[in-house]
Design a protein around this ligand. Structure first.
Ligand code: ADP
Ligand code: MG
Length: 327
């Protein structure tokens, strides 16, 4: 690697290591050597996940670099949330078409904001030349045996969703000119797309409450399917109960909003299941964390997902999953 690339790392990435809090004392060595070194507390497990965002597939290539960075970290951290893990550290593999200092300064500033928000330290990475692509691998810790997996849902469990669904899909439709949005609405949806809030505090609080969990990255229908398959159960989804933001109800018809909520990806809310006797504790948790947690259905015997309208009639899903930006 050339000297200028070392300078680049020094200038734009090395300082992001210093976001180390007391919780992250497990980081013994960060950027600068061949490897980073971590010491994992004996009663914890290391949770690892990786995600790649490619320009013009997962975000427009000319998008603001600070926002791209915030989104890249949030998307990966969201997987930690879905396991009930706490963020510890991450590595960053960056492919850049050119060394553009103002782009890098914006990217670094956005990444710093997100590292502080999630209390996570950048401990290493790789920088190469190529089409713009950002890969973030996160490491989190979770008390041994307490990670929330996809396979634990039981017949009779209640299905919950945090926050609201469909906003990020509306943002994408707006960017692609398929949904006409007012300036105010566009600003709201773009925040939801570029600055999703990974639900770390919710995940960390669900160790003893949730039977299964997943983050909503491909759309609720598709992601809930993963829980159902892994758990060998079926679900009834009460579509009238799906959380839809005021902005989304105002931006399009109820049918389209429901379709975004069911099949739109990129919201990074949590979907989890829990036994009915945990209902009060979950309501208390929502109040304590000031995060809306909605009951949207229940786990039943069998296979697959049945979507019911307010009258209990079955709905047809028009789209099984969600299409990415250029597809
Ligand atoms: P090596 O040749 O051993 O792979 P590199 O020259 O790629 O090392 O990187 C030098 C140091 O800088 C390493 O500690 C690596 O983790 C870190 N690094 C490289 N690129 C990045 C990046 N984009 N973000 C954070 N750290 C980086
Ligand atoms: Mg390298």
């Amino acid at each position: 690697m050339s000297l200028s690339e070392f300078d680049l790392i020094d200038r734009y990435f090395a300082q992001l290591t210093s976001t180390l809090s007391a919780k992250a004392v497990a980081v013994d060595l960060a950027i600068g050597d061949d490897c980073a070194l971590l010491t994992i507390p004996e009663d914890q497990q290391l949770a690892i996940s990786i995600d790649t965002l490619n320009a013009d597939v997962h975000f427009p290539a000319d998008a603001n670099a600070s926002l791209i960075a915030q989104r890249a970290l949030a998307v990966s951290v969201s997987d930690l949330a879905a396991m009930g893990a706490s963020p510890l550290a991450f590595t960053l593999a960056l492919s850049l078409p050119e060394v553009n200092e103002s782009w890098l300064a914006d990217f670094s500033a956005g990444l710093k904001l997100a590292t502080e928000q999630y209390d996570i330290a950048l401990i290493g990475g790789d920088t190469t030349r190529g089409p713009l692509s950002i890969t973030v691998q996160v490491q989190g810790i979770v008390p041994k045996g307490y990670a929330i997996q996809r396979g634990g849902a039981q017949v009779g469990d209640v299905i919950y969703v945090t926050g609201s669904l469909g906003d990020a899909a509306a943002a994408l439709e707006g960017m692609q000119g398929r949904l006409k949005l007012s300036k105010t609405a566009e600003r709201y949806f773009n925040v939801r797309f570029y600055q999703p809030r990974a639900r770390i505090e919710v995940g960390e609080s669900l160790h003893d409450l949730a039977s299964a969990a997943i983050d909503v990255s491909d759309g609720l229908a598709a992601d809930l399917h993963h829980i159902l398959r892994a758990s060998g159960v079926a679900a009834e989804l009460h579509c009238a109960e799906l959380p839809i933001s005021n902005a989304l109800s105002q931006a399009c018809s109820p049918e389209r909003a429901l379709n975004f909520a069911l099949t739109g990806g990129d919201d990074y809310e949590l979907c989890f299941t829990a036994a009915p006797d945990k209902r009060d504790q979950i309501a208390e948790l929502a109040e304590f964390l000031e995060v809306p947690i909605h009951e949207v259905g229940r786990i039943v015997m069998g296979e697959g997902l049945l979507c019911l309208d307010a009258n209990g009639n079955a709905l047809e899903l028009s789209q099984a999953g969600y299409q990415h930006f250029s597809e």
